[in-house]
Design a protein around this ligand. Structure first.
Ligand code: CA
Length: 453
C-alpha cells in the first residue's frame, strides 16, 4: 500500500490525515458498582431491563465466565488499573489499604504512546491520582444526590443525581479533547451500590413486577460453617430505615445521612414515594417469612430502579460515540467491580467466592475486531483486562503484569483462555465474612476460610 501510494505521488502523511484514520483504538470503560449479572438482560435476566447495556452486547461479546480476583470495590479497581492481583498491587481491602498510584498502571503505558486518559466518577482508591490527564472523581463512595466531586481544582458539590452528573462530566470531557488522537476514558458509576437510592423519575418502574424468590433464599448453610456466620442476610441484616427507606416520620427520614444532602424537592419526592409503602407495611403487620419476602421484594425494586438511571446514561454515552463517528474505532467495555447477591443464599452484598459475587458482568464491543452478538464461555479474571487493552493498543505488556491478554478470545470466542481462576478475599470486618482464598476449575471450587468458626 505504501509503495503504491508513493508511486502515485501521494505522500503517506496526507493519506493518513485525509482519511482521518488513527491506528490506535479509543477505549471507553464503564465500570459500575455491585451490578449483578442476574439483573442484566444480556445475561438472560427475567427481572432486570437494561436495554442500553444490552446494546453493547448486541454489537459485541458477552463474557459468561468473567471473574474477579477479590470481590470488593477498591481492590477490583486496583486490579483493573494494574493488571495485578491484590497481593501484588498492594490494595487488598477497603478498610486498611492505601493505593500506590506511583506503580505501573496500564493508563500510564497508554499515555506513553499518545493517549489522553481520564477517570470520571467513582474510583474509591483515594484522591492522589497518577496516570490520568484529567480526573473528576467522587469523594470515596460518593453520594447519590448532590455529590461532591474532586478534581485538580479542588472539591465541588454538584446539584443533581449522580448517574446523570457522572455522564455529563464524561461527555463534557469528550467534547473538550481532540478525538483525532486516541483517548482512554473510564466512567465510574456509583450505581448500583448500597443503599440503592433511585432517581425519583424512576420510582414506579418496577412496582408491578413479580420477583421469583431464589431457590436458595432460605439456605440453612448446614454444610458451610463460614457462610452461616456472615452478616449480609436480607432477613436479619438489611435495615428497614437505612436500606429500605422505611421511616416512621419525615423527621426520622431526613435525619438519615443520605437524605440530609437532598434539596427540598428531592426530599419531597422521596417522602411521597415511600410513605404509602410504609403505611401499608404498618397496616399489614408482616412477620417471619412474609416480612423477609417483603424485604426481598423492596430490595429488588430499589436496586432495579437505581440501575435504570445508570442504564439510561450508558445509552447517552453510546449515542455520543455514534453521533461523533467514533463507534468504529472505539473499544467499549461494560463491567461491574464484582457480582452481587440478589437474594441467593438469603443475601445481599458480595465478598464470598460463591458464584454470584465472584462472577461479574463483562461485555465488550469493538467493531473493528469483535463480531456482533457473540457469547463466550472462556474463563477470564479482571487482571486480564489491562494486558488485553495494551495488546489492542499495540503496547508491549510490561514485566510484572500478571494478567494475560484475551485478544485471542475476541478473535475466536470458542477459544479457552484460563483453565483455573484464583481468588483471595482479605478483608476481615464488615459483614463478618471470613477472609478466604480459593481456586475454581470447571464446575469445582476449592475454598479455604482462614477464620475459625
Ligand atoms: Ca463494589
Amino acid at each position: 500500500m505504501i509503495k503504491k501510494l508513493l508511486l502515485l505521488g501521494v505522500p503517506l502523511g496526507s493519506f493518513m490525515i485525509s482519511h482521518g484514520q488513527q491506528a490506535k483504538p479509543n477505549v471507553v470503560i464503564i465500570i459500575s458498582d455491585d451490578h449483578s449479572y442476574q439483573t442484566i438482560g444480556a445475561y438472560g435476566s427475567k427481572v432486570g431491563r437494561t436495554p442500553n447495556i444490552d446494546r453493547i452486547a448486541k454489537e459485541g461479546v458477552v463474557f459468561h465466565n468473567a471473574y474477579v480476583n477479590n470481590s470488593i470495590c477498591g481492590p477490583s479497581r486496583a486490579t483493573l488499573l494494574t493488571g495485578k492481583y491484590s497481593h501484588k498491587n498492594g490494595f487488598k481491602d477497603n478498610e486498611t489499604s492505601h493505593f500506590d498510584f506511583s506503580q505501573n498502571l496500564f493508563v500510564k503505558d497508554l499515555q506513553k504512546v499518545g493517549y489522553k486518559t481520564a477517570w470520571i466518577g467513582k474510583i474509591h482508591l483515594g484522591h492522589q491520582l497518577q496516570g490520568f490527564n484529567y480526573y473528576d472523581i467522587l469523594n470515596d463512595q460518593g453520594h447519590y444526590f448532590n455529590p461532591d466531586f474532586i478534581s485538580n481544582k479542588g472539591t465541588e458539590r454538584v446539584e443533581g443525581y449522580v448517574s446523570d452528573i457522572v455522564t455529563d462530566k464524561a461527555i463534557n470531557w469528550l467534547d473538550s479533547i481532540d478525538t483525532s488522537n486516541p483517548f482512554c476514558l473510564v466512567i465510574g458509576h456509583k450505581a448500583t451500590h448500597r443503599t440503592w437510592m433511585p432517581d425519583p423519575k424512576d420510582f414506579g418502574a418496577y412496582d408491578h413486577d413479580q420477583f421469583p424468590l431464589p431457590e436458595t433464599f432460605y439456605d440453612d448453610y448446614s454444610s458451610r460453617k463460614a457462610a452461616a456466620v456472615q452478616e449480609m442476610s436480607i432477613d436479619k441484616d438489611m435495615r428497614m430505615g437505612y436500606d429500605l427507606k422505611m421511616f416512621e416520620s419525615w423527621e426520622k427520614m431526613m435525619a438519615d445521612g443520605n437524605f440530609k444532602r437532598m434539596n427540598q424537592e428531592q426530599k419531597q419526592q422521596y417522602a411521597a414515594y415511600y410513605k404509602p409503602i410504609y403505611d401499608k407495611l404498618q397496616a399489614d403487620k408482616l412477620t417471619g417469612k412474609a416480612l423477609a419476602e417483603w424485604k426481598f421484594r423492596r430490595y429488588m425494586i430499589d436496586y432495579l430502579n437505581t440501575a435504570q438511571s445508570m442504564d439510561r446514561n450508558i445509552g447517552r454515552v453510546l449515542d455520543y460515540l455514534k453521533a461523533h463517528n467514533l463507534e468504529e474505532n472505539t473499544i467499549v467495555i461494560y463491567l461491574s467491580d464484582q457480582g452481587f447477591y440478589m437474594g441467593e443464599h438469603g443475601w445481599f452484598d458480595k465478598r464470598f467466592m460463591y458464584q454470584e459475587s465472584f462472577r461479574a458482568p463483562l461485555i465488550m464491543k469493538y467493531p473493528a475486531l469483535i463480531q456482533q452478538g457473540v457469547h463466550t464461555q472462556a474463563s477470564m479474571v479482571n487482571a486480564d483486562i489491562a494486558p488485553t487493552l495494551l495488546e489492542l493498543s499495540g503496547v508491549k505488556k510490561p514485566a510484572g503484569m500478571q494478567g494475560v491478554s484475551f485478544v485471542p478470545v475476541l478473535k475466536s470466542p470458542q477459544k479457552e483462555h484460563r483453565k483455573r481462576v484464583f481468588y483471595h478475599y482479605f478483608e476481615n470486618g464488615e459483614h463478618a465474612v471470613s477472609p478466604h482464598f480459593g481456586v475454581k476449575e470447571g464446575r469445582y471450587k476449592l475454598i479455604r476460610f482462614s477464620k475459625r468458626v
